[in-house]
Design a protein around this ligand. Sequence first.
Ligand SMILES: *Cc1c(COP(=O)(O)O)cnc(C)c1O
Length: 370
Amino acid sequence: MFHKFKKKTLFTPGPLSTSYKTKKSTLIDLGSRDVEFIKINKLLSAELLKIGKAKDYLCIPLQGSGTFGLESILSTLLNKKSNILIISNGIYGDRLVKICRKIKKKFHLIKFNENKSFSKVKIERHIKKNKSITHIGLVHCETSSGILNPLEEMALLSKKYKKKLIVDAMSSFGGININIQKNNLEALVSSANKCLEGIPGFCFCIVKKKSLSKCKENSSSLALDLYGQWQGFLKNNQWRFTPPTHSIIALFSAIEQLKKEGGVNKRNKRYKKNYLTLVKGMEKLGFDTYLKANLRSPIIVSFKFLKDTKFNFISFYKELSNLGFLIYPGTTTKEKTFRIGCIGNINSKNINLLLKAIQKTLLKMKIRYL
Ligand SMILES: *Cc1c(COP(=O)(O)O)cnc(C)c1O
């Protein structure tokens, strides 16, 4: 073997730990133009629409990580007259702004603190004052802190003011129930390697059929033109450019397993149990969570660094990695934090093993916990 990897459990927001079954499903080479592969793609799109309860929508998969999907949706749905109001309370919200700047789409930005939810009053005031706003863009679960933003409330607001709502549901789709149809979303973007527990390689956009059909001229990109991608599928049921065949089979297998688990609600229960076990155990070890309890998601949790001067995150991280546990650095700007993911093919037993390893690491660092 070219390199012997040490097996580690991932407590990260994606790529994350996947099941043996999912990994094993990739042990086949499929031709991109083969009838069997074409069939899997059709079934996969239908399954994703079912998970999102989206009837009058299209599910268009796209090569690349989640950001590719976000760039493609913004580049394809927004035209010269569009003006999107981006609401951000973290890095991924800010990324929507970065994309709009880069691809030269008009936007407004309302920013909230990383540890605060959206203020509906402030948003409503901004919408009333700025009549040119056509779209609203937001992140459902802001993975940088773990905050869960009020999707349904924002969907009601969008309906009230007739704005089209575009949602980055990268780290929530498949782990938290989202009713796309009922919330009248314009589009939702997610990826194969988060709560659906597939492997990296592609993302997908679930978009209103009526809207996408009017977007032929909008994108100035070839590879990220979602309209073009759709037309490609319409023409011959094939991907326009080389598809990530192994990732596609893996997601197909992962969705079969999601169904066997009992669907999104059951998966959400497992993640919640992971989350509760984690927070309780970490608090016992002396760690404080970054967010107030009512703002947290069962997806990923931010913890504050310990005040003890002997606490050093890099050594802490390395030691846990040596023991076979991968946690995640933090990105919050005003406070030093690190993150632990609750998603992926892990359960509360894995969380308890992680907690034991953390306890061992603290002892080694000579940090006295409570
Ligand atoms: C993972 C993630 C993305 C996409 O990031 P990539 O690195 O491109 O996969 C976007 N938004 C959120 C909220 C995410 O969690």
